[in-house]
Ligand binder design. Structure first.
Ligand SMILES: Cc1cc2nc3c(=O)[nH]c(=O)nc-3n(C[C@H](O)[C@H](O)[C@H](O)COP(=O)(O)O)c2cc1C
Length: 220
């Protein structure tokens, strides 16, 4: 089970007592330490470039991952900015044992979200998301639209304005009806492909990348 966006002391013990393996999603070193103290088996270490709910004080995967790796001795799944074998190799170099893809999977062929959202991810440049930081409630990273740009300028936006219209966004493809959670990595996603292809290509590229690094940097 992965738990996220809350206090790890709340459910970890009960889940562990039920015989489950528990990973908690963390956006900072402090949160990571708290989760480990609560007894989790591992961490999903997620940088602020990722899509979805975020810490108001976002830290990039590049900074957060090696920091947590250095201080804590539990298995780590990296998240935020990963969509292929190159980014997976980078995450492994920074200390992860696994990776989690959000935006890449949301825009896969099998994903149940509306085509309009998938196409908007494919069309998005690397600057195509905004970070919404309402005064009350968690921050969110979402696709840049007229609505999300307006909400970005209005920090006192009520949480319901962010959550409102979510069904119309997900299943009717009206991206102005709410916010379409997505990460900066949308800028690197160029096609809607089946999940099996994403995974096969990622594993192949990961091996090619590690081999090329070893060849270019270790051969005497
Ligand atoms: C549409 C969408 C919905 C998400 N919902 C959740 C959620 O309910 N709980 C959660 O822990 N993470 C959620 N996430 C975050 C992902 O699980 C993942 O960690 C994140 O997207 C990784 O960053 P990436 O988008 O750069 O791949 C969501 C992400 C997206 C894009």
């Amino acid at each position: 089970v992965t738990t996220s966006a809350g206090d790890p002391t709340k459910y970890t013990r009960a889940l562990k007592d039920a015989g489950l393996t528990v990973f908690h999603v963390v956006p900072t070193l402090r949160a990571a330490q708290k989760a480990v103290d609560a007894g989790v088996d591992g961490l999903v270490v997620e940088g602020g470039e990722g899509g979805g709910f975020k810490n108001h004080r976002e830290v990039s995967t590049m900074v957060l991952l090696p920091l947590v790796r250095d201080r804590l001795d539990v298995p780590i799944i990296a998240a935020g900015g990963i969509c292929d074998g190159v980014s997976m190799a980078a995450a492994f170099a920074l200390g992860a044992e696994g990776v989690q893809m959000g935006t890449r999977m949301v825009s896969s062929l099998e994903s149940p979200i509306h085509e309009n959202w998938k196409n908007a991810i494919v069309a998005a440049p690397e600057t195509g998301t905004v970070m919404l930081k309402p005064e009350k409630g968690p921050a969110l990273r979402a696709l840049r639209t007229q609505r999300s740009e307006r909400l970005e300028r209005e920090p006192n936006t009520a949480m319901f304005e962010l959550g409102d219209g979510v069904r119309r966004v997900y299943f009717e493809g009206d991206l102005e009806a709410g916010v379409a959670l997505s990460g900066q990595v949308a800028g690197r996603i160029e096609a809607i492909v089946p999940v099996a292809d994403v995974i096969a290509r990622t594993v192949r590229e990961f091996h090619e990348t590690v081999e090329a690094l070893a060849k270019n940097h270790l051969e005497r």
